[in-house]
Design a protein around this ligand. Sequence first.
Ligand SMILES: C[S@@+](CC[C@H](N)C(=O)[O-])C[C@H]1O[C@@H](n2cnc3c(N)ncnc32)[C@H](O)[C@@H]1O
Length: 273
Amino acid sequence: MNARATNAYWGRSGLERTILETLAAAGMNVDALTIDDLAPADHFHSGGKSATLRLARLAELRPGMRVLDVGGGLGGPARTLAAEFGCRVTVVDLTESYVQAGEALTARLGLIDRVKHRIGDALALDVGADAFDVVWTQNSGMNIPDKERLYAGFARVMRPGGLLAIQEPMAGPVQPVVFPVMWARDAGTSFLRAPGEMRAVIGAAGFQVRAWDDVTAEAVGPSTGGPGPAHSVQRIVMGQALDAIVRAGQRNREEQRIVMIQAVLDLARSPRR
Ligand SMILES: C[S@@+](CC[C@H](N)C(=O)[O-])C[C@H]1O[C@@H](n2cnc3c(N)ncnc32)[C@H](O)[C@@H]1O
């Protein structure tokens, strides 16, 4: 998907205001929002904030680490890594309305010194070479067919010996995927590969597996048939379309058509530049 198609599919105007109104309707004081108040509305992946915490612990993130969150959306994971792990995070996302809303939410939570938001394409990262200790990405590569280029690009923007932390839906042992899914109405814009193929692609980009966990059973949420409140980001962005996504998601998970992987990998060798 190019920038236009990505913005058309994911983007929504006035998102910050919609999120605040929805949280207020759920009884929250939007003038004193916390990371946890916001979490259902700004962690846009299965498993929500607890999946982010799980991956951050798996990666052993520490204060002061420089993290690039690729396809970081509204910045829920980034703000969590900054506030709870002391990281300095740059979020890159192709959807402009997410970057705008993300910046506003980061300011509202008083985290602008630790979290930056940039518009950018995961396939053409323009953030300086060898800059980051960690490249982080959660549920963001599903619309991208060229996984080889994606992971080679991750290697290029991290320092030697850096870490890659991913949460990604992958093709399960039973195919095909049932549509619609969160990221695609049909197979034309969904590009999942099986875990074994993903390991090979990521390995070829120079990474060595430190941990590779199937978290399908625990990373549930509104998109996979789990419960979700009215102020979930999935409902806010997808509206009534979420109902069909939830039904398909439940099947995809139960019938092992889609699996969810969390993995942490070391950059074992420098990529070809
Ligand atoms: C399901 S959301 C996940 C957002 C965030 N990672 C999170 O977990 O809250 C998928 C995100 O991927 C972004 N995305 C898709 N293709 C992208 C690309 N080529 N470059 C950058 N971001 C992309 C979308 O804009 C969207 O924000």
